[in-house]
Ligand binder design. Structure first.
Ligand SMILES: Nc1ncnc2c1ncn2[C@@H]1O[C@H](COP(=O)(O)OP(=O)(O)OP(=O)(O)O)[C@@H](O)[C@H]1O
Length: 254
């Protein structure tokens, strides 16, 4: 696996931590987040777990600027990034890999990757980052000219992660990276997440498979109907099936 790129672009982000402070976020008149607070320290892997519709994806969307916060603050490296434009948040070192991957199906693997570096003006720099992505994901290199829509689900997930890394983030937010994947493929994805983290990228992970999430993360927040219901270290949560069942019901340790 590659040595991760050094991050030269970001004004903030090196060694930065994320702080979400009582954000209230809605869709039209429907309030989805009723004052969520959480912190992700530099170098950590933190998981957000919770039942369907609890507000996990909405939290990631608010951090990445896709949704506006009606109240509360998002702070990154000590600076408020609340309601900044998406591009500015990407430039500050935060990348969001959304649920269901959304690779561009009619573009090649290489073109998808290049678009992940859309804020970068230098062709040579984009090429350099693609080289790093191919070193890290050899299976994508073998398929560099293949249309993304013809990749397997696992390969598309790898491409989505590789594309998010093309902005050279210090914080990578992953929404349900194992969704729809075989257990073996999901294991590969989580190995990649660990490897990315080992090379200095902080990770905030939303994951429906609680066992996987708590195996890869050091800490977790349990989200319930737009609020943080519990915050614990991952090992202690894993060892507390009663608590997990209380918040997640039958889907807890599926
Ligand atoms: N585009 C939307 N328009 C209106 N309401 C939405 C929209 N997206 C999500 N919601 C609502 O916001 C709430 C939180 O949804 P969110 O997708 O954040 O939950 P989640 O915890 O990520 O769940 P899941 O695991 O099912 O994706 C839910 O009540 C959901 O119905």
């Amino acid at each position: 696996m590659s040595a991760i790129v050094s991050n030269t672009n970001n004004a903030i982000g090196n060694g930065a931590s994320l702080k979400v402070d009582r954000i209230r976020v809605g869709y039209g008149k429907t309030v989805a987040l009723h004052g969520i607070s959480l912190e992700v320290g530099a170098g950590e892997i933190v998981a957000l777990i919770g039942a369907n519709g609890a507000g996990k994806s909405t939290t990631l969307r608010a951090i990445s600027g896709l949704l506006k916060c009606a109240e509360g603050q998002v702070t990154w490296g000590g600076q408020s990034i609340t309601n900044w434009a998406v591009d500015r948040i990407v430039a500050a070192g935060i990348a969001h890999c959304p649920e269901e991957r959304h690779v561009w199906p009619n573009m090649s693997v290489q073109e998808n990757l290049a678009l992940g570096a859309y804020l970068c003006r230098s062709k040579a720099e984009i090429e350099r980052r693609i080289g790093i992505a191919f070193h890290r994901f050899p299976r994508l290199k073998e398929r560099s000219r293949q249309l993304a829509g013809t990749l397997s689900g696992g390969e598309q997930q790898m491409l989505a992660i590789a594309r998010a890394l093309m902005s050279e983030p210090r914080l990578l937010m992953l929404d349900e990276p194992s969704l729809g994947l075989s257990p073996k493929m999901a294991d590969e994805v989580f190995d990649v997440v660990r490897e990315i983290n080992r090379h200095g990228v902080t990770v905030l992970l939303v994951e429906q498979n609680v066992h996987n999430a708590l195996s890869v993360a050091s800490r977790a927040y349990v989200v319930e109907t737009g609020r943080v219901a519990a915050s614990r270290d991952a090992a202690s949560l894993l060892g507390d099936p009663a608590l997990l069942n209380a918040y997640l019901g039958g889907e807890a340790l599926a």
